[in-house]
Design a protein. Structure first.
Length: 308
């Protein structure tokens, strides 16, 4: 009997088989309810160490909390760092070369909460934006911008994936320039060449228009829904890899995650909602490879205490 106990004592546990980065990630997610799911996933990764593998991540609500694009836009408005200059304003608002009689005097804003329209002078909107370009305009004292934070767990997960030679690919409806700026700013484990987002369609859609003009006119390719799935298929062929993992947000990334599950990949779905609808949508294809992770909203998002 003693020999039997010694034999089992010498056998490595599931945890001890993990490399340093994976173990660090597992320690960080202790008591979150995701331990069994990721333990199963890493066992599969270790068995396929010699294969070319890739993983796909959504961005807003998956890698970071909240909307990165809105934070970037808010910073641009606050500091006057637009994609256009003061002299470009007439062109941006469609005022250039237009007869005075053709320029609308006001703009209607629909207030959704009250289903009422608020009429604002177009001239006043343009003048206030011009005012921001004035050099004497200063940032309010003792104020700072609140950027969406990066989920610590996702940063550790990226490190663990790369330690097993899994290529992490960022694919999002967010504008591609913003995504690449994020990678540079946060210096995480995504490679800029593995970042794919929405972008201008350029000359192919707008004839002789420049790329910037095309974006203003709405000619663009948006990676959302079915288009995100098409992009995923294109990238799998381009990289010549097997999809082993995908992470995304409930609702926005459902189609992409369903495709990954059908390809036998593992999927943790991020949800801040109590009714995990994603489980109903995707459970038929998962066979234990789907995990719905409840997250607590950021406190500053609505200036209230996080829900329990």
């Amino acid at each position: 009997m003693v020999g039997k106990h010694m034999f089992y004592a010498l056998l490595p546990s599931v945890s001890s088989r993990l490399n340093f980065q994976a173990q660090k990630f597992m320690n960080d997610i202790a008591n979150t309810g995701a331990e069994t799911f990721f333990s199963s996933f890493f066992k599969r990764v270790a068995r396929q160490d010699n294969k070319r593998k890739c993983s796909f991540f959504g961005f807003e609500g998956t890698i970071i909390h909240g909307s990165y694009s809105l934070a970037v836009m808010a910073s641009q408005v606050r500091h006057g760092r637009y994609g256009f200059d003061l002299e470009d304003i007439p062109s941006v608002f469609g005022l250039e070369g237009a007869p005075e009689a053709c320029i609308p005097k006001s703009h209607d804003f629909l207030v959704a909460s009250h289903e009422q329209k608020v009429i604002v002078s177009l001239k006043k909107i343009v003048e206030e934006i011009k005012e921001i370009f004035h050099p004497e305009k200063s940032t309010p004292k003792n104020c700072r911008r609140l950027l969406p934070f990066v989920y610590r767990e996702q940063t550790l997960l990226l490190e663990a994936l790369k330690s097993y030679n899994v290529i992490p690919i960022l694919i999002s409806h967010t504008e591609e320039y913003d995504l690449k700026a994020y990678v540079d700013y946060f210096e995480n484990d995504f490679d800029v060449k593995d970042v794919y987002g929405s972008c201008s369609a350029g000359d192919s859609y707008s004839g002789d228009k420049s790329i910037d003009d095309s974006m203003l006119l709405g000619y663009s390719t948006v990676l959302n829904g079915a288009r995100k799935v098409d992009k995923l298929d294109e990238l799998v062929e381009l990289y010549g890899c097997e999809i082993i993992f995908g992470a995304g947000k409930l609702g926005r990334d459902n189609q992409m995650l369903k495709k990954i599950l059908k390809k036998k990949g593992y999927v943790p779905m991020i949800s801040s909602k109590k009714n995990h609808q994603g489980r109903k949508i995707l459970k038929g294809a998962s066979r234990g490879r789907l995990h719905v992770q409840k997250v607590v909203p950021a406190m500053w998002a609505n200036n209230q205490k996080p829900s329990k």
